[in-house]
Design a binder for this molecule. Sequence first.
Ligand SMILES: [Zn+2]
Length: 346
Amino acid sequence: MGPLSRRGLLLGGLTLAGGGFLAGGLGLDEAWAIDGPTIISCDGWGSRRNRGVLPVYDRRPVKILVHHTATPNAKVTTRDAAVRLARSIQNFHMDRRGWPDTGQHFTVSRGGIVLEGRHRSLEFVRVGRWQVEGAHCTGQNVVAIGIENEGTYTAVNPPGVLWEKLRSLCAYLCGQYRIRPTQIFGHRDFKDTACPGDKLYAALPRLRSEVAGLLGQKLKKATVDPVAWPLLRIADRGQRVLAAQHLLRAAGVPGIVPDGRFTRELADAVRAFQAERGFGRDDPDLDSGDGPNGMIGGETWPALARPVRAGEGGEAQRAVEVLLRGRNKPVPDVVTPEIWQRLLTP
Ligand SMILES: [Zn+2]
């Protein structure tokens, strides 16, 4: 055997080994890879150049975070309108937030036009390797791909064409990066924000399930709709608000009256608690304001819901008792964050 054929064999062996490694031995690459939607690159929509060098990591993101832009539910659904939106987000992020580029990796317009947000996002997704650091959710920017969906989905559902493209984009991202469809979350799962709106947030179980379907998978109900921190805000009332009030008292927040009503005064107290801890900064969604907003969501709950041992007494245990009331369940020895989440789920 001459040197040339030896080399050929060696290369062949490496190629095979590489393929096996990438597929995790389960052939996932072959099974998951699908065609995605048409995506307009940064160059394609004429984005500004980013400032400086964007940090790039040699690892795959493991989650997708869904946002809404919190802008009006525009009727104009053209490509030009989508480009104007992408440009206004980039200007907001670069000029007002002081970021080097657009924060999110991708944007989906109400007309179902998909655009690259941050430079290099598309290039890396195409090869299914590397991630450019985003700026769409502090703490998640190097592990999660952020998608901004145009509109405000507090009281209405996204239009069908947006949904279809969001679903297709998520499936494509999952396929390229081998992200599990169960790892699609809303911004509020990690922050105290209404984003991506009650309606779009409520549709996330369906999104997970439909994305899995596009990838030829079937998911169990428990993974499609996992327990999560609830979002509490002004005008809410009931046991969860009462539990939060006891937890705020346990955390030493002054002036909290445990009455189960989320008033403006309660929001002010929560905002002070959040400001003290540096929560609620750097929101990427347009029109969502600066700094903490006094809602109790995915950032404040973990700070409040500390482990509680049975019989320890005090305000935190009172919060547990409030949530167990009428449930006919035994008091857990230790209330862990996961048990808190379950207790807070109606
Ligand atoms: Zn958001």
